[in-house]
Design a protein around this ligand. Sequence first.
Ligand SMILES: [Zn+2]
Length: 344
Amino acid sequence: MEVNETIARMPKAELHLHLEGTITPDTLWAIAQRNHVSLPVGSLAELKALYAFEDFDKFLHLWLAMCRCLRSDADYALMVDAFVDDCRRQNIRYVEAHFTPYNHERFGFGARRALAIVSRRIEAAEREGGPVIRLITDIPSESVPESGPFTVQLLEEEAHPLIVAIGLGGPEEGFPRRLVEEYFARARAAGYPVVAHAGETAGAAHVREAVEHLKARRIQHGVRAAEDPSLLALLAARDICCDVCLTSNTFLTVYRDLATHPLPKMLAAGVPVTLSTDDPPFFGTDLDREYERAHAEVGLPLATLWQLNLNGLRYGLAETPLRRGLMKEFRIAGAELGLEPAGA
Ligand SMILES: [Zn+2]
């Protein structure tokens, strides 16, 4: 079997993706037209061109314009349903999706209302055979004085069954990770594990801050940790997983060419890693393609890719019986694909 065919048939887990970042230009255009919301472009063709990024500021600009377009329950349902279809197309069985309630509050729809409709569609998908999707509620770094208390209060007040962690998103440059230290401490006290974006557009020091000050269980990206060998050793020693997004990195980080990407260095240092897409349509990718590129351009053998995939269940934050059940399912499928010793 060709490598790409094996990748396509593998049941997959993904831990670093933004639900709002799964909206394709076609869907965004349709939603904006239906809601009479103006976008910073005049046509669908121009919008598609905007989805090619060179820097984080442009990315954030379109991202926020997109959040403003979501105006009705149907818009949120469409976002989730389209994502679920895409998971099924790629045999993605488990996802932890970042979601930013504060932005939906800020733009007038309402965070709780957004969470309610998103949850209903996620639960319907799970009842209908999957995928299993869980949520990480992000504090966006560019608005911490408002979004920090808002997000943590929401977590303290809600007993939301799908939320598995608090996260830190938004830009890195100029926003030290410890900005959210107080809010993350409250979230941990309320029983929520912490994950944080760090070491993507800023350097290794951010990753260290996320580990030492925020007590992050996982790092989103974390690739710049490779600049500091002692930090790689710390990540390995504490078994902190980095959720790496190769194609996203080629758009927004210093690693414009995968031949120079530090993923092999991270693996050699014993850092647990998963592969993810971040915001797939924004970077013209999907999860199958991330695995294909890791094989063809980074040079990872299929056996390594399979272990990175299983890390998505090992380091996922959903309830243990659920992840153990999926692990069993993955191992059976892996055996059929020749990725596991039979009977393992
Ligand atoms: Zn991300």
